[in-house]
Write a protein that binds this ligand. Structure first.
Ligand SMILES: [Ca+2]
Ligand SMILES: [Ca+2]
Length: 323
C-alpha cells in the first residue's frame, strides 16, 4: 500500500509540475483589444489573439474599423514564470504603458513623442504573473515592439535601463469602503476585469467618477488605479463636485473625464481628454450654450455643457458665439 501511495504522490507531483510548465507565459498568446479612440475608452471595436507584440502599421490602421490616427490597443496575458530577473524593452510610436501584476513598469503614456524606446529589468518571483501593455496612436506613423525575456546573468534586479516616470492623476476626494469585500475593476462596468479587492473601512483617494455616477475610480496604491461601484463606498464622496471656490476667470471645470472634440457635436472627432476636476480657459460657446469651446494645452476644442461647471466669473453674454 505504501508503495502505491508514493506512486500516486509522484504522479500527482508530476502532473502539477507539468501543468504549471504547460502554462508558461511564453507559450500563451496575447489577448489584444483594439479601440477607435486614443483613450481605451468604451467597448473595444474588436479583439483577437496575437503571438507577439510587434506591429508596424506605418500611417495605416490595424483594421478597417479603426482609424489611421487616434486609436488605442491593449495587450494582456497571464502565465507561469520561474523566478528570475526579466528585461522588458518597448519601442513605440506614440504612447505606451507596461504593467506587470497591475504595477506600472514603463510609462510613456503622455509623452507624445514620435517613437521612443524604454527598458527596465525587474526581478519576479516564481508563479503566475500578469503582463499588460496599453498603447495609443495620435498621428503619423504607428508602431509598437516588445522585446522581453530573462535578463543576462548577473543583471542587477530593479535596475532601470532608462528612467521611467509616473504621472499621478490628481485626487478629487476620498472614499471609504462600506462593503465587506469590494472588487476593484479595470473598467467602470462588471466584466471579467477584477484587478484586486479592498476591504470595509479602507480609505482611498477618489480620482474620477463615471458619467452616470455609478462607478468611482480610486487609487488603490501608487501604481494601481481601478473602478468600484459607488453603491459600496461612503456616499459623501459620490456626489458631484460642488465647491466652486477654486474656479475664477473665464474658465470651466470638467465634472468628469470628458472628451474634447473638434466640433460641438457628440459624434465629432475626439482630440483630447480632460481629467475630472480639470480647469481650462473658455474661448467661445455655441449659440444655445450646449457646447463650450476651450483651450486644452496648445489646441482648441469643444466640450459638452452637460458635464462641466462654469466659473462664477463667466458672463455668457460676453463670451464669443461661434457655431
Ligand atoms: Ca497614424
Ligand atoms: Ca504616431
Amino acid at each position: 500500500m505504501t508503495h502505491i501511495r508514493i506512486l500516486i504522490l509522484i504522479i500527482l507531483l508530476w502532473f502539477t509540475l507539468f501543468s504549471a510548465q504547460a502554462q508558461s507565459i511564453f507559450d500563451r498568446p496575447w489577448a489584444v483589444d483594439y479601440y477607435n479612440n486614443p483613450y481605451l475608452a468604451g467597448e473595444s471595436i474588436f479583439g483577437r489573439s496575437e503571438n507577439a507584440v510587434g506591429f508596424d502599421w506605418g500611417t495605416d490602421s490595424p483594421n478597417d474599423d479603426i482609424p489611421n490616427d487616434n486609436f488605442s490597443v491593449r495587450f494582456a496575458k497571464s502565465g507561469y514564470l520561474p523566478a528570475g530577473v526579466y528585461r522588458f524593452i518597448i519601442s513605440a510610436d506614440e504612447g505606451f504603458r507596461l504593467y506587470i501584476d497591475q504595477q506600472v513598469i514603463l510609462d510613456a503614456w503622455d509623452d507624445n513623442v514620435p517613437g521612443q524606446t524604454l527598458g527596465r529589468d525587474i526581478r519576479l518571483s516564481e508563479g503566475i504573473h500578469h503582463i499588460q501593455i496599453d498603447y495609443r496612436e495620435f498621428s503619423g506613423e504607428a508602431f509598437i515592439y516588445l522585446d522581453w525575456g530573462a535578463a543576462p546573468p548577473d543583471t542587477e534586479a530593479e535596475t532601470l535601463i532608462q528612467p521611467e516616470h509616473i504621472v499621478p492623476e490628481s485626487a478629487i476626494g476620498t472614499v471609504t469602503v462600506t462593503a465587506n469585500a469590494l472588487n476593484v475593476r479595470s473598467e467602470p462596468r462588471i466584466a471579467n476585469n477584477v484587478l484586486t479587492r479592498v476591504q470595509r473601512g479602507q480609505q482611498f483617494p477618489l480620482l474620477d467618477r463615471s458619467t452616470d455616477g455609478n462607478w468611482l475610480q480610486i487609487a488603490v496604491d501608487s501604481a494601481t488605479t481601478g473602478w468600484v461601484s459607488a453603491a459600496y463606498v461612503d456616499g459623501s464622496a459620490a456626489s458631484p463636485i460642488s465647491n466652486n471656490s477654486d474656479l475664477s476667470g473665464v474658465t470651466l471645470r470638467s465634472d468628469t473625464r470628458l472628451f474634447v472634440r473638434v466640433r460641438p457635436y457628440a459624434d465629432s472627432e475626439i482630440i483630447g481628454l480632460l481629467r475630472a476636476g480639470e480647469v481650462v480657459p473658455i474661448v467661445a460657446r455655441n449659440d444655445n450654450m450646449t457646447w463650450w469651446q476651450i483651450r486644452d494645452g496648445n489646441q482648441i476644442g469643444w466640450v459638452s455643457a452637460q458635464f462641466i461647471t462654469l466659473s462664477p466669473d463667466v458672463n455668457p453674454a460676453r463670451v464669443a458665439v461661434v457655431e
